[in-house]
Ligand binder design. Structure first.
Ligand code: IPE
Ligand code: IPE
Ligand code: MG
Length: 253
């Protein structure tokens, strides 16, 4: 579905990769006098709608910040409720992933997840591994500095083994050692609920990503809000360090 005649939104260029910081579940719950868990549950219900909307637009990769490395320090009850929700979510999304041929992937230190959600995650990834219409990438137990640290450690091991020469380390080499190897950098980052920060999300990959922050809380995010974000993306000029004049004469970064 591209820009339709009646749509107020400019959807001419669809970002290939959209990353979302799904924030504001707690504030939504508080505003509605619910406990935080109700907020997380409502937040999880929004995900399939956004996956469907992205799939219909032709987005190729959708990365969702679902649980950060720092979120492990939240109250024990909240963490275990989120882990239970993760398992239920993965099972309930299988029909959608199968129907739309969406491949599930994960980034982050996933081995820190409890055995049950981890097993369900592995099973769901295996079930969808041949799907090619869109990647749904869940950032779980994810921290950008942790991802870079693990990559550097891995590279150091390869250097010690004689498989990698320090002179042969370029930025592409580093990208290839990250959890996001083979996934292009995001074109558009959406953060809900208004915070102007990236909270340890994809620090290496976001360097030239267009940032879009909306005050809308994640449980209230919907297709219209997604289209609004893409509309805004279409107003931007991505210069990648070049000048406007260079771009209009066809120079490529
Ligand atoms: C995002 O919502 C979900 C996770 C971080 C798991 P929050 O729980 O951070 O919601 P707020 O920021 O308290 O409103
Ligand atoms: C970022 O949200 C993590 C996720 C959305 C999973 P937080 O709510 O944890 O971020 P801060 O603490 O406001 O920076
Ligand atoms: Mg938050």
């Amino acid at each position: 579905m591209k820009s339709s005649k009646n749509s107020p939104f400019n959807l001419t260029t669809i970002p290939k990769h959209i990353a979302i910081i799904m924030d504001g579940n707690g504030r939504w719950a508080k505003r509605n006098i619910f406990n935080r868990f109700r907020g997380h549950r409502r937040g999880a219900e929004v995900v399939p709608r956004v996956v469907t909307a992205c799939h219909e637009l032709g987005v190729k990769h959708l990365t969702l910040y679902s649980f950060s490395e720092e979120n492990w320090s939240r109250p024990k009850e909240e963490v275990s409720a989120l882990m239970k929700l993760l398992k239920e979510f993965l099972i309930s999304q299988r029909p959608l992933l199968m129907e739309r041929k969406v491949r599930l992937r994960a980034i982050g230190n996933i081995d820190k997840l409890p055995p049950e959600p981890l097993q369900t995650l592995h099973e769901t990834m295996k079930l969808t591994q041949d799907h090619q219409s869109m990647d749904l990438v869940l950032a779980l137990s994810y921290g950008g500095r942790d991802e870079i640290t693990r990559a550097v450690r891995q590279m150091a091991k390869e250097v010690l083994k004689g498989n990698l020469s320090p002179e042969a380390i370029h930025s592409e080499t580093i990208s290839a050692f990250l959890d996001t190897a083979e996934i292009p950098d995001p074109d558009l980052l959406i953060r809900t609920s208004g915070e102007m920060r990236t909270s340890n999300f994809l620090p290496w990959q976001l360097v030239y990503t267009e940032l879009y922050v909306t005050p809308v809380l994640w449980p209230e995010f919907n297709t219209e809000e997604l289209h609004r974000a893409i509309h805004e993306f279409n107003q931007r000029e991505r210069r990648f360090g070049l000048t406007s004049e260079q771009l209009s004469t066809g120079a490529t970064p």
